[in-house]
Write a new protein. Sequence first.
Length: 364
Amino acid sequence: MKSNVPLVILFLTLLSFANPLVAQKKEKVNDAVDSLQKYNYVAYYGTDGWGNVPESYTFRQVLARFADDQTLDSLARQHKSSVVKATAGMILIERKSRLAVPLVFDILHNSGSFLICYGDVCMDDNVANFLVNELFEKNAINEQDSIRLKDSLLFASDLRHIERRAKLLKSLPVEDQYYVAVKRMYVEEFDGDALIMLARFHREEDTVYVLENLRKYTFSNGDWVEYWYTTLNEVGSNYHYQKKDLTDCALLAVAEWPHERFKPLLTEIRDSFFNPDLRYDMPRSRYFFSALMAYRSPWALEMIEQTFKIIKQHPKDTPKDYFDGEGQYSHYYGESFDRAYELNPDPYFDSLLSKYGRENHMGW
């Protein structure tokens, strides 16, 4: 019988060379992970905007070079750092690994936040939102999985942190199959985009949700400040911004559903804008004009006329040289009205546009 001893010796020899290489590879992966956790941000590009290569980007390259798919999948699922999770998932998506799409479906509820920098511009993001966007940016998801992801975003709970859900809501058809899901998003999650979509169904029982948020505009200045700080202290800034967004979304809901029940509160909101202790809010005033124009009636024409008459009497509507001598508030609110018209042109309001509209050069 022929001896296998030479083969065993060869195998052991190769193994003796491989072990140090495996150990070295593992060490580089561990060092890269530790460094990413230390720098605690994701550098999306290989430059910081000033010609320098960010350290975070360098260690991402190291991780991409030495970590296999299984290691990256484990890091994205189990590591405690959101930066490491996002980076590992990003690399899997860039590779178009077979593990990438299942990973994203499994971490949709991961709202862990981290800082991401695009050159010299940095912003907050969260793991699930970032990786969902990466799937589409890198064309790493097929049509079937894209449809499955859409269903998950619309019908699963607590996915408001994923921006693509808001985009889906904006383009959703008004069909009964979506009504229950949209209503749940608002009732359970207080999602402002869902409130706007809910208004498109024009169901009488849902007027209460629009009304309850329109009423939040009628705080006196003192109550508004108290509400601001109480909310911040009790549940954190994210909840405060959510509540503020809902009041704005209520106006956008009226623009979708100009119900008679909303008219009295629109008048109160208009009057609250001119509290001398409150500052001008450009987006909110644009939403207000959009809501009024949705009524497309003599009442809407008169409300806009009255609004500009009140503006001209406002203490802050003082002439400014850089407005060619026009009042400051007249110009600002004119910009808001112009923008509302531009987004939804209607010849019914042409006479008011030529009278009060002021083109905005800021692009908002």
